[in-house]
Design a protein around this ligand. Structure first.
Ligand SMILES: Cc1ncc(COP(=O)(O)O)c(C=O)c1O
Length: 379
């Protein structure tokens, strides 16, 4: 199994099996963050070009990661940033329908709910088998459906949607397919140039090992150009002009994705380290990281004593991700098991009464063994 551990600061005795909550920052990102902080103690040393270069380099790296040109990347600060841009900016008429998935992560649901006030139908599909499948979508589609917005990898059970199949149904019915890829991108390859997809949004703090305030979105250029969203941030509106012309009050209409970058785009503290994290993913290749994570998930699933625990996540197949939720056969014990793991320096999440494990590239077989030893030793 390839080891990525040397790219991270030492974890000492701690097993952080919790990327679905926070991804550890790689060494190179930490060093970049320190460098940027240092700059601010000596501002006379800051070159004016870094304010443009850092966002641009981040766009290049993220673009390579998802198979899109840098100019199509919208820099954000969260997954919600892209979701709000879509919910507030995609032109919809009274009577149009937006499809969501019942039980989805709130960030993917809430921005659309307000549209009901404008007479737009917002319908939550209830999947028959626990997660959305193309048949569920086909049953839900109507002549009014304009958008399907869903979350690729679910935080509450760890299943992964078949984005390709769902996207194909959407494409065939001229429905926009928008996906929140927060819990998958960085752990599972996703290439927008090979997918029938119209937009993705992602938080950077989890599987992409960025800082809390990092995120991005991508949307097909043909849709970007049709957004009706009042964003006229003064910095992109300068275009290529010299800053001594800033009082021209010009509205540029050909900025593409850059028009919708988050305010404070030269957010050096977040974006400089995140570039290094994304470059690390590019260097190792997401396929290799996926293989690594898969081995750890297999180790966990195969090693868990299932006479004592139930596994709530898919055990195999395309719908499995690197997120596994389990419960002790006596679910009321889960909270104390979570605390016990923590006392033994095994860090996971406790979500809706279940124990959530999410290994990533910095985890090792020893981390999984440590968790299994504790879990299996309990009655
Ligand atoms: C699927 C999913 N989307 C979004 C988020 C976070 O959203 P935001 O970046 O908008 O805070 C999380 C977790 O915090 C998540 O699990």
């Amino acid at each position: 199994m390839p080891s990525f551990i040397d790219d991270f600061c030492p974890f000492h005795d701690n097993a952080w099996i919790n990327a679905s909550s926070i991804g550890a920052m790689p060494k190179a990102a930490y060093e970049a963050a320190q460098e940027v902080i240092k700059w601010n103690t000596k501002p006379y040393k800051i070159s004016e070009t870094v304010f443009a270069d850092i966002p641009q380099n981040l766009k290049i790296a993220l673009g390579k990661l998802i198979g899109a040109p840098a100019k199509e990347i919208i820099l954000g600060n969260s997954a919600s940033y892209g979701l709000h841009l879509w919910a507030n900016g995609i032109p919809l008429q009274k009577g149009d329908e937006v499809l969501l998935v019942k039980g989805d992560f709130p960030a993917t649901i809430l921005p659309w709910v307000y549209l009901r006030k404008k007479g737009i139908r917002v319908h939550e599909i209830k999947p028959k088998a626990g997660y959305l499948q193309p048949t569920d979508l086909l049953d839900a589609l109507s002549d009014s459906t304009r958008i399907l917005c869903a979350t690729w990898v679910d935080s509450f059970a760890g299943f992964k949607l078949d984005a390709h199949a769902l996207g194909k149904v959407c494409q065939d019915h001229k429905v926009l397919f928008l996906l929140n890829v927060t819990q998958g991108l960085g752990a599972i390859p996703f290439d927008v140039s090979k997918m029938p997809i119209d937009g993705i949004t992602c938080k950077g703090y989890k599987w992409l090992c960025g800082t809390y305030d990092s995120g991005f979105a991508w949307m097909k250029p043909e849709h970007i150009n049709h957004l009706e969203y009042n964003q006229a941030y003064w910095i992109p509106m300068q275009g290529d002009r010299e800053l001594d012309k800033i009082r021209d009050y010009q509205i540029l209409t050909d900025l593409g994705a850059a028009q919708y970058d988050v305010f404070g785009t030269a957010n050096l503290f977040n974006f400089a380290p995140w570039i290094e994290s994304v470059k690390l993913f590019l260097k190792h290749g997401i396929h290799n990281i996926e293989k690594h994570n898969n081995q750890l998930v297999n180790q966990f699933i195969n090693g868990l004593n299932t006479t004592k625990y139930d596994i709530y996540s898919p055990l195999k197949g395309e719908e499995r991700s690197a997120i596994i939720l389990i419960s002790h056969k006596q679910p009321e014990r889960n909270k104390s098991i979570f605390k016990l793991l923590q006392e033994e320096n095994v860090f996971i999440s406790f979500r809706e009464g279940l124990l959530r494990f999410s290994p990533h590239l910095y985890n090792t077989h020893a981390d999984i063994d440590k968790a299994l030893d504790i879990l299996n030793a309990l009655e």
